[in-house]
Design a binder for this molecule. Sequence first.
Ligand code: SER
Length: 331
Amino acid sequence: MISSAELKKLYLGFFQKRGHKLIPNASLIPEHDPSVLFTTAGMHPLVPFLLGEPHPLGKRLCNVQRCIRTGDIDEVGDAWHLSFFEMLGNWSLGDYFKEEAISMSFEFLTKELGIPAERFSVTCFAGDRDAPRDDGSAREWERLGVAKNRIHFLPKHDNWWGPAGQTGPCGPDTEMFYHAKDMQEGSTDEFVKLSSTGPFCEIWNDVLMQYDKAADGSFGELKQKNVDTGMGVERTVAVLNGADNVYECDTLAPILDMVISISAKGTTKANRNARIITDHMRAAVMILGDERGVVPSNVDQGYVLGRLPIRSVDIKSEYKTIVWTAERNMA
Ligand code: SER
């Protein structure tokens, strides 16, 4: 069994050994970016440096970042989506690019975590009028040992990241999916169907951040080619421990157990409402505990903070007691 703490230590150690400087977790409330309410990824506080400003710690960085994604809120309660999660990341600010980023990801997954190459599927950008098809990433995956039938090309909707707000750094990405041995996709269509079910989920994303989206929707080249990667801590810990859902991760399981212990008799760990309450309570606590201090209100981050417990109440009246208790304790 691997714990979240062990995974973070392995990851940060691996990238520090390869010249990356550790940067601290940034606040969940973006300091210099009014275009978004919450920090949704580790690249957020790095926008000026992705645009070309020199970072005081150099061109290779890594960290573990707390993230809130309200955009995923309707999917929370399924096997893999969370509104709050931790993300491991490594960055190249105009230093290494595609091949080195992919080969470091592969090395970490196969050598440090011991995942066999046949347990991966990967996706690459299929290309459109804004940017060409990413054959270079596919070639690198194949060179490293990922089978050709496990490399899928998908459109912008799936294989493009950013900008975090309306404008700014963005680019095609290549995503790594872990799956159980006996899951074999026969085609890209089948991959898309399987990719969010059972013990088969995206665990890491390497973004090849080379474009700057302008307000008119056009994509210009950035001054430098960057890499922005993100690995979901909860998902990775869950799959490495053989779980088929993120709630079995060591940071979520005790909360879910507590929710179940005070829920209606017969509530199971697979109960979607219990999972949603687990996620929403954790997210609310993390926002409340953030260094930039948010309190419930009618606007912006405070509104989201207030809505998380209320949304849990709306789920089912049988959970009201839990939620109101939690809310009272937070007030
Ligand atoms: N920004 C990318 C993501 O969130 C990589 O960290 O997936």
